[in-house]
Ligand binder design. Structure first.
Ligand code: ZN
Length: 269
């Protein structure tokens, strides 16, 4: 009778340890858990999101959600802590009449193009701020992360936000003693198999199908394949997207990012 008890205790102890290792969200850590995780790997992950139209089939928070879940998977293996998502970000802007239009609102394609749609204020978008304000928010965030003891910050998500994070990287690295990384630059980006490399098309739809399948409503897209879905940029999600592809993209990019983070960690120690 003693042996089953021993094995059950061992199983419960292992489960507890695993659960502790799995805690990667900044908002959920106690100070002691924070000390332990940052001592193990001083990496912060910053999901750069939006509340933005992502086709009729994807949730408005798709950008933040994809980077949030991807970062949690990376953090569980490479170590580090995942920040809450940002939902404000930069984007192109155009004044049309009395309306300000952003990003995917305006279609830059000629009317005879297959993917053309009427320029319009797309439902649900509420994220755009001035470039200079976004830079100030990132600057303040990075200052706080440096002060808290992080040495590496991985920022990724909404394209223009990631672009700005990358464009100012050197300046912030010098200012705050950090190393900044994003997830672009994989050999699979051009094949649509990087992390968030289109707009609500094959790539982002597949990632959402892998992370949160219940939030993806493919039935909301036109059934007629000759009709292009409004505000979708990239390969047709109706034809090419799938959870299996999403999982493959996550696996490949996760391995790449873990390798990269471990290399940078080894250099910064
Ligand atoms: Zn997106």
């Amino acid at each position: 009778m003693k042996y089953p008890f021993f094995f059950i205790s061992l199983f419960l102890l292992t489960a507890c340890i695993n659960q502790k290792q799995d805690k990667v969200l900044y908002t959920e850590l106690t100070p002691q858990e924070f000390r332990e995780r940052i001592a193990q790997a001083s990496v912060a992950y910053l999901p750069l999101g939006t509340l933005e139209w992502h086709g009729e089939h994807l949730p408005l928070g798709s950008d933040g959600l994809q980077s949030y879940y991807f970062f949690q998977e990376v953090a569980r293996e490479a170590g580090g802590i995942v920040m809450p998502m940002l939902f404000l970000g930069p984007d192109r802007i155009k004044q049309v009449g009395d309306k300000e239009l952003y990003g995917m609102d305006f279609c830059t394609l000629p009317p005879d193009h297959r993917k053309y749609y009427e320029t319009q204020q797309l439902a649900g978008s509420a994220y755009r701020i001035e470039d200079s304000l976004f830079v100030s928010i990132l600057d303040a965030t990075l200052k706080q992360l440096s002060r808290a003891g992080f040495r590496i910050v991985v920022g990724h998500g909404h394209g223009p936000s990631t672009g700005m994070f990358q464009a100012h990287a050197q300046e912030w690295e010098d200012k705050y003693g950090l190393k900044l990384i994003n997830c672009w630059g994989s050999e699979w980006d051009s094949e649509g198999k990087g992390i968030m490399v289109d707009h609500a098309a094959m790539n982002e739809t597949s990632l959402m199908m892998a992370f949160r399948p219940e939030l993806v409503k493919m039935q909301n897209l036109p059934a007629d394949s000759t009709k292009w879905p409004v505000g979708v940029g990239g390969k047709d999600p109706r034809k090419y997207a799938g959870a299996k592809l999403g999982k493959q993209i996550i696996r490949m990019n996760k391995e790449r990012m873990i390798r990269l983070i471990k290399e940078v960690l080894a250099e910064t120690i």
